[in-house]
Design a protein around this ligand. Sequence first.
Ligand code: MG
Ligand code: NI
Length: 474
Amino acid sequence: MKTITINPVTRIEGHAKITIKLDESGAVAKANMHVTQFRGFEKFCQGRPYTEMPGLTARTCGICPVSHLISSSKAADMLLAVEIPRTGANLRRIINLGQIVQSHALNFFHLSSPDLLLGFDSDPKKRNVFGVMEAFPDMAKAGIGIRSFGQRVIERVAGGKRIHPIGIVPGGVRKPLDPKVRAEILEELPARLKAARETLNWFKKNMGKFQEEARVFGNYPTLFMGLVGENGEIEHYDGKLRVIDHTGKILADKISPANYRDYIGEAVEEESYLKSPYYKPMGYPGGVYRVGPLARLNIADRMGTPIAEEELAEFRQIERGPILSSFYYHYARLIEIIYGLEKIEALLKDEEILNPHIRAKAEPNRFEGVGMSEAPRGTLMHHYKIDKNGLIEWVNLIIASGNNNLAMNHGVEQAAKHFVDGKNITDGALNRVEAVIRAFDPCLSCSTHALGKMPMRIELLDADGALLDIKERV
Ligand code: MG
Ligand code: NI
């Protein structure tokens, strides 16, 4: 068998390797994504005070610190067994939405728009954010503006450095909202919302050009999972788990995060250090599910903000039932940016947001706590057990991107089978295989608990395992 390995996959956060194996006739027989670095983070936490967990886990990833702070603090809330004051919860909610807005803008504008604006087959030397700035300066400006707005929301509301905000703590948040910060954010927001709507309109007008990609970029029946609010609305900070199948049928609903183990199993595959979570009632490897923007839009009954609500209705015209092609993660991401901006505005306009009662204080009242939130990339779960001194005895994390591991692997194989031909390996074909992964927007840094960024490559192997080609980009 021939094998192609894409290593490093460029324009994703982290490091992974794609291996494409060809059969005797030169057709793609198998394709896999492997993640090749690992730090035993869950072990490393043992013996640390639970109060350190938010800061510690936030430092595992330079890309998703806010998401870890949220899920970790929520796990600690459960240890304390306190109710978070409403304003504290809403400030956390705003910070989480700031993270979703900035992270989605990073994916769409910096990582994915080069393919969408310049073309999957365009000159690889220019197929990057600099090429976009040159050819589509307005789009680039919109992207930079939305991203830095999201970062400023985090920085100003949570305090501390925007990379590692310190303002979220067990029991609530550290400081009340400054009315000046509120006014500043509300003043800037409409311009960002306008730019986000223009980008979404551009995408909708142009997505017809990518029908071939939409057909094979991880387009297959899977389950979808995420948190929803009490009335079935999209919910990123709180809520309960819902799982639907590819026809839209609800398989599990109103699952309290604390009971996740009845529904989610974690398999470890030999070739990857990335764990593969699966839906337990269906077993492994049958219980493949997807999380993240596409899953959230598929499982939610409604968005709950006016523009995003209309956009969801239009989005659902693509297919009867859930949208199955992972290409539409991009579309869903843009709708979530709009939702995030609308929701931040609504939360800030509530007078209660200036209430100084923002934190509940207590000692641990339980020995076990689970915290779940929707990170930009999907459901992020922290589960801790502590001893009577509040020291961590055991940790399990289920990382947002890790939930998509099985689905990403299927997606890579589907695209490789469609685009890669062993006799003529083009840059455009390999770029499309990578682009499937970019559509999912995994944070591999976080998934492997490895610090910082990692590179990736594609290897092509023949039927006998001999290396035919390597694409290695940093
Ligand atoms: Mg784990
Ligand atoms: Ni991360």
